[in-house]
Ligand binder design. Structure first.
Ligand code: NAP
Length: 460
């Protein structure tokens, strides 16, 4: 396998990068391990100078970084800029807050005194997806470098320009060589990295299939992992919802990043009393989107990340329809060059339809009508995934009740404002385990060591 940048809005191959050799990989791991020996002893203050500098460089060169994301995976340029800025914010946040999040915790034993103290684990191996090519890297680099770990990163094969630019960013900011290392490696090499005794822990953001393979391998090596996998989040609309607010969120929830977001709204579950109105307005709003070149600011509907992603999504829609789903709108590739999928709404997806349990990673919404709140919650929970979800209602108490009853790692009431530097992100069930970001995220890969001092005699 090679790392290729192919512009999905044109299909044009921009750049190819060969995988590194086994000897280069060995050198990279040795450098990362040696760097850990130094970096773990560098104080928070010194680490923060470097991470703050990286954030400032990102802010200064937003357009340059954003363009690479748009070229590699087709993200609309305004979204790419937003992602770069957010990534810089994440770096800054951890530069500022890591020391507080990892401060020793005093305990109160009956005898003597005790505390927990955090220390980094070592070299982390991080496998990352293409859909938020900077944010995903900032999400590991900010917290885990600030905690004193070093990281070696395998980014997705289709975003090599971004992968290389981010590594260069940290070097430009003054990170010693080996603190952050981008690895252009194959899956077989990735397996060997997981086995390598110099790797302390492994984290993945990606598909369930990748999670099964990587978590199993790490498990055989008794290495800690965190898994951020797929999702089929419910967008629940109760009959008292403010549709003027809910409809724009529904469009954003399904169409942001051309629908390629783990925690995108994928199942729209709407109470009967309001279902027809919601569906008509949702459809009209989707029809108003403007497909076009993702570099054009006027475009509101960009391409998918690759031709392969489009072919897979079209195949899933076909399977859904063969098993009885009805296409209310869209369902086809657009009649234009590039990997463009029509905004699509499917209804009548029965429980025995394979689509019912599937993740549609693109602009395909499944629409369900239900009789009441309890049925909405039951349907939301009838999923193999458990990442996020949201509920729209004017009644704060009902909102909280539904948010509590839905079995996921994250719930949003009257919004789907998924991610903030300080908010833990992650799921349950097939969506994975562990958290990234927030105080939980930064604590995921540290050793909380118990230290107890007591000078009494040993029991007889
Ligand atoms: P993917 O195929 O699993 O790829 C993700 C990363 O894993 C890529 O770097 C990929 O490398 C690597 N990979 C896959 N199989 C591997 C293996 N056996 N050994 C080593 N590396 C392996 O996922 P995707 O389809 O590109 O991304 C979309 C998926 O990620 C969706 O399911 C989405 O929901 C999920 N996601 C989850 C979150 C979250 O936070 N929960 C966030 C974003 C995305 P190659 O590219 O070289 O194959």
């Amino acid at each position: 396998m090679t790392y290729e940048s192919v512009n999905p809005s044109t299909g044009k191959l921009l750049k190819t990068y060969p995988e590194i050799s086994d000897a280069q990989l060995e050198q990279a791991l040795a450098t990362a391990a040696a760097a850990f020996g130094q970096w773990k002893n560098v104080g928070y203050e010194q680490r923060a100078v470097i991470i703050h500098k990286a954030a400032a460089l990102m802010q200064r060169h937003v357009d340059d970084f954003a363009r690479l994301a748009t070229q590699d995976m087709g993200k609309r340029i305004s979204e790419a800029r937003g992602e770069v800025t957010f990534s810089a914010d994440i770096l800054s946040y951890y530069a500022k807050h890591a020391e507080k999040d990892l401060a020793p915790k005093k305990l109160h034993p009956k005898v003597g005194k005790a505390h927990m103290q955090a220390s980094p684990l070592g070299v982390l191996f991080c496998v990352e997806p293409w859909n938020f090519p900077y944010y995903q890297l900032a999400r590991i680099a900010g917290p885990h470098l600030m905690s004193g770990n070093t990281v070696v990163v395998k980014h997705a094969g289709i975003v090599p320009q971004v992968a290389i630019a981010f590594e260069q960013l940290l070097l430009d900011a003054g990170a010693p060589k080996g603190v952050y290392t981008n690895l252009l490696i194959s899956h077989a090499q990735s397996d060997r990295v997981i086995d390598d005794p110099r790797i302390a822990a492994v984290c993945l953001t990606g598909s369930v299939a990748a999670g099964r393979s990587i978590a199993a391998r790490a498990g055989q090596n008794i290495k800690k992992t965190s898994m951020e996998l797929g999702g089929a989040d419910a967008f629940i609309v109760l009959e008292d919802a403010d549709l003027d607010k809910a409809i724009p969120w529904a469009v954003w929830g399904r169409m942001f990043n051309a629908g390629q977001t783990c925690c995108a709204s994928k199942r729209f579950i709407v109470l009967d009393a309001i279902a027809d109105t919601f569906l008509a307005r949702f459809r009209a709003a989707l029809e108003a989107l403007q497909p076009g070149d993702p570099m054009d600011e006027a475009t509101t509907h960009g391409p998918l990340s690759s031709e392969a992603a489009l072919v897979q999504l079209l195949g899933q829609v076909d399977v859904a329809v063969k098993h009885g789903a009805r296409v209310v709108m869209g369902g086809k590739r657009m009649d234009r060059p590039g990997a463009y999928m029509q905004a699509t709404i499917l209804t009548d997806v029965a429980k025995d339809n394979p689509a019912f349990r599937d993740e549609f990673f693109g602009p395909v919404a499944m629409f369900f009508r239900v009789k009441d709140e309890a049925a909405a919650v039951a349907l939301a929970n009838d999923s193999d995934f458990g990442l996020g979800g949201c509920v729209f209602t004017r009644d704060a108490e009902r909102g909280l009740r539904v948010a509590t009853a839905v079995e996921t790692g994250m719930m949003f009431i009257n919004n789907i404002d998924w991610s903030d530097a300080e908010l833990p992100f992650g799921g349950i069930k097939a969506s994975g385990y562990g958290r990234e970001l927030g105080d939980m995220g930064i604590q995921e890969f540290v050793n909380w060591k118990l230290v107890r001092t007591a000078n009494h005699a040993a029991p007889a």
